[in-house]
Design a protein around this ligand. Structure first.
Ligand SMILES: NC(=O)c1ccc[n+]([C@@H]2O[C@H](COP(=O)([O-])OP(=O)(O)OC[C@H]3O[C@@H](n4cnc5c(N)ncnc54)[C@H](O)[C@@H]3O)[C@@H](O)[C@H]2O)c1
Ligand SMILES: O=C(O)[C@H]1O[C@H](OP(=O)(O)OP(=O)(O)OC[C@H]2O[C@@H](n3ccc(=O)[nH]c3=O)[C@H](O)[C@@H]2O)[C@H](O)[C@@H](O)[C@@H]1O
Length: 319
């Protein structure tokens, strides 16, 4: 069990941890996927449906869940700003009540639990790049607060269950992640630009276009999460690709790779959009032996292929 968070603070455990689930010593992995399909799709799981060691449950994590497991990857939460702002009360309930339910489950069955937190806990950061020790610059009453403050409370709950009940916790702070099988109408910047370029529409850069993000390819992210779950460190640990791009640079790259004839247009932005984001990944490198392998220029074409198939728009020969 990890006794110390990776940012060096002591986190004294006041209760002995629950007995680890006997499933931990089982020979075979079994996977139970839980989703309410708010932003997710069964299509992405087609390959696994019917597999004898895979089970899919339609369930909302704001309700208690009774299953027997030894590891919980707690990812459930709308993540695209357009979706989390669509029903902010539900978003914060998912972060608070959903995390409480998952921690209650971890406590009952003695499971280890990993939370996918976010770089949004740093808000509009006043330190750059962002290290895990940075406490953030977050608006508590803004339109993004249901998500970023929700995730901050979720992190607090994780550490309180760890200290008070000895639960084995892991916290990943994920930076913008993209890849094949994303919802085509997800609304996040990479999927928007790729879908727009394939459809021959203008790429919508939200003003001013100089704001930056760091984009991680999905397979790198999954590798980081599995290492964190399997390792000895509670986190929080930043998992993201430190390559940093302005939104205008991203648009120009997508244009060059997908269709050089499309236009780029500046559109209005939304409130509290962070001006810059770039992870310091020294902890992920040192403690998990992890660093991303796929560059943005390598990842974008993989996503383009998947989007073209789903949109049924083949690549033109001269592109
Ligand atoms: N992709 C990123 O850039 C990024 C960055 C930081 C953090 N994260 C976190 O990683 C996790 C996954 O993000 P994603 O990009 O795959 O988002 P996503 O929206 O594609 O997937 C979220 C999944 O959670 C499900 N869900 C939402 N509310 C639920 C509820 N109440 N009960 C059960 N299921 C629910 C959705 O249906 C969907 O399948 C989220 O917790 C998100 O906050 C993602
Ligand atoms: O890394 C993270 O922690 C967060 O990353 C994203 O949040 P955000 O960066 O706001 O996501 P996008 O909607 O993809 O926006 C990125 C930037 O692109 C810009 N953008 C977005 C969409 C668009 O069409 N054009 C455009 O220029 C936005 O203004 C913003 O500056 C995710 O949606 C969050 O769930 C996640 O927690």
């Amino acid at each position: 069990m990890a006794k110390e968070s990776s940012n060096g603070d002591q986190h004294t455990i006041t209760r002995p941890p629950p007995t680890p689930s006997p499933l931990r010593f089982s020979k075979f992995f079994q996977v139970i996927a839980v989703d309410n399909y708010f932003t997710g799709s069964k299509d992405n799981l087609k390959k696994w449906i019917g597999h004898p060691r895979f089970e899919l449950i339609r369930h909302d994590v704001t309700q208690p869940l009774l299953v027997e497991v030894d590891q919980i990857y707690h990812l459930a939460c709308p993540a695209s700003p357009i979706f989390y702002k669509y029903n902010p009360v539900k978003t914060i309930k998912t972060n608070v009540i959903g995390t409480l339910n998952m921690l209650g489950l971890a406590k009952r069955v003695g499971a280890r639990i990993l939370l996918t937190s976010t770089s949004e806990v740093y808000g509009d950061p006043l330190e750059h790049p962002q290290k895990e020790e940075y406490w953030g610059n977050v608006n508590p009453i803004g339109v993004r607060s249901c998500y970023d403050e929700g995730k901050r409370v979720a992190e607090t709950l994780m550490f309180d269950y760890h200290r008070q009940h000895g639960i084995e916790i892991r916290i990943a702070r994920i930076f913008n992640t993209y890849g094949p099988r994303m919802n085509i109408d997800d609304g996040r910047v990479v999927s928007n630009f790729i879908a727009q370029a394939i459809r021959g529409e203008s790429l919508t850069v939200q003003a001013p276009g100089t704001q930056t993000r760091s984009f991680c390819y999905v397979s790198d992210m999954v590798d980081g999460l599995i290492r964190l779950m399997g390792g000895d460190h509670t986190g929080p640990i930043n998992i993201g690709n430190p390559g940093e791009f302005t939104m205008m640079e991203l648009a120009e790259t997508v244009k060059e790779l997908v269709d050089p004839t499309v236009q780029v247009k500046i559109v209005e932005n939304t409130p509290d959009d962070p001006r810059q984001r770039k992870p310091d990944i020294a902890k992920a490198k040192g403690l998990l032996g992890w660093e991303p392998k796929i560059t943005l220029r390598e990842g974008l074409p993989l996503m383009e292929d998947d989007f073209r198939q789903r949109l049924a728009v083949p690549k033109k020969q001269n592109n």
